[in-house]
Design a protein around this ligand. Structure first.
Ligand code: SF4
Length: 393
């Protein structure tokens, strides 16, 4: 069986951060979570039968939301239930996303004993002003303490999530954040450029002119500086937003970028399996009702034809700095990409956004800055060269 990933969405959060438009539920965790965990296990059993899954996942990722808000015994019960349903592999990467304020050392120990071996902390910034404006629920000082406790509990694989480009944040604030992160010696860092989503408090503040979005040059300078500094500190940028020490790349995310199968459990979760994508209901009450009635919680389904699968394989693969390899594409689809998308790819190379050689195709530094442009061109591209109507960026 090919490697496959299991994503488990835990939708509870203590409060909503000002930039977040994820599918979450504020509060309710004590009252509702046992019911939700039961539904997740029901959903897992259903898919195991329907997809005839014969081997355990190569990665499990508890994301959210704030998975660390689940009482530790419940998270352990969930993980052990998933091992029983799918089977356990010794080498499976098991990640839990956690907020620094929602962690007790006893929970960390219980997770570690149950098989969790990777911790991803939502740090976002070491600047107290920025944290406050983000409406994060933790303080800067908590982060160091939690990292220390996590190490003591046996976690050596540790990711810190950071966000740059916050309105009003200057380069020095971002540099201080990166330096503080390096001092904690994580194995992995995710540096996400802030996206201002319209239906969030931040989106409304920007729309009303109460805050000014950061200008593109400053944001690009932040990204460039982080790449230089993190490279000097021994991290390699292996994906547009992700840095790792050698050998500590996130195996779960690599499955997404290589268009390998993954199964998403929980409210609003997405799945990709044998050329099909589907997604679950985004309403938690509706999700629970469906599972409790013995029905599936799927809201939509899309079949990827061969050309669409090629398109996605290219775009997702380009997110990795190594790019897409010719041999991998040919082995997967039995064709070369030049025969399918000749004009769009040539144009992207001519514009200096892609570079191509005998090994494969990858984004240039400019292409990484303009990754959204590349994505759009690939998504909109006709599948044959003549007649392409791409506009130069
Ligand atoms: S903790 Fe994460 S998921 Fe929850 S509100 Fe904040 S950004 Fe959204």
């Amino acid at each position: 069986m090919r490697p496959w990933g299991l994503y488990v969405h835990i939708p509870y959060c203590r409060r909503r951060c000002s930039y977040c438009d994820f599918t979450i539920r504020v509060g309710q965790v004590e009252a509702e979570a046992p019911r939700y965990v039961k539904a997740l296990l029901e959903e897992a059993r259903g898919w195991r039968e329907q997809l005839a899954i014969a081997e355990g996942p190569s990665s499990i990722y508890f994301g959210g939301g704030t998975p660390s808000l689940l009482p530790a015994p419940l998270l352990v019960e969930l993980l052990e239930g998933l091992w029983r349903i799918f089977g356990r592999r010794a080498e499976t990467e098991v990640t839990v996303e956690a907020n620094p304020d929602a962690l007790a050392e006893s929970s960390l120990r219980a997770w570690r004993e149950a098989g969790v071996n990777r911790l991803s902390l939502g740090v976002q910034s070491f600047d107290p002003e920025v944290l406050r404006a983000m409406r994060r629920s933790h303080e800067v000082a908590t982060v160091e303490q939690v990292v220390f406790q996590a190490r003591r509990a046996g976690f050596d694989n540790l990711n810190l999530d950071l966000i740059y480009g916050w309105p009003g944040q200057d380069l020095a604030s971002w540099q201080d954040t990166v330096e503080a992160a390096i001092l904690l010696e994580p194995t992995h860092l995710s540096c996400y450029q802030l996206q201002v989503e319209p239906l969030t408090p931040l989106g409304r503040w920007v729309a009303a002119g109460q805050v000014m979005a950061s200008d593109d040059e400053l944001v690009a300078a932040m990204a460039e500086w982080a790449e230089r500094r993190l490279s000097a500190a021994g991290f390699s940028r292996y994906e547009i937003s992700n840095y790792a020490r050698p050998g500590w790349e996130c195996r779960h995310n690599l499955l997404y970028w290589r268009l390998e199968p993954y199964l998403g459990l929980g409210v609003g979760a997405h799945s990709y399996w044998q050329g099909r994508r589907w997604w679950n209901l985004a309403s938690l009450p509706a999700y629970l009702r469906r599972l409790e009635a013995g029905e599936v919680a799927r809201e939509g389904l899309e079949e990827l034809d061969q050309v669409e699968a090629m398109r996605q394989f290219l775009w997702l693969g380009l997110r990795e700095l190594r790019g897409v390899r010719r041999g991998d594409f040919r082995a997967r689809f039995g064709r070369d990409w030049d025969a399918v998308f000749p004009t769009p790819l040539r144009q992207l190379v001519d514009w200096g956004l892609l570079e191509e050689d005998s090994v494969g195709l990858r984004l240039t530094a400019r292409g990484r800055d303009l990754a959204n442009v590349v994505a759009r061109q690939l998504v909109d591209a006709p599948d044959e060269g003549p007649g392409s109507s791409l506009d130069s960026p």
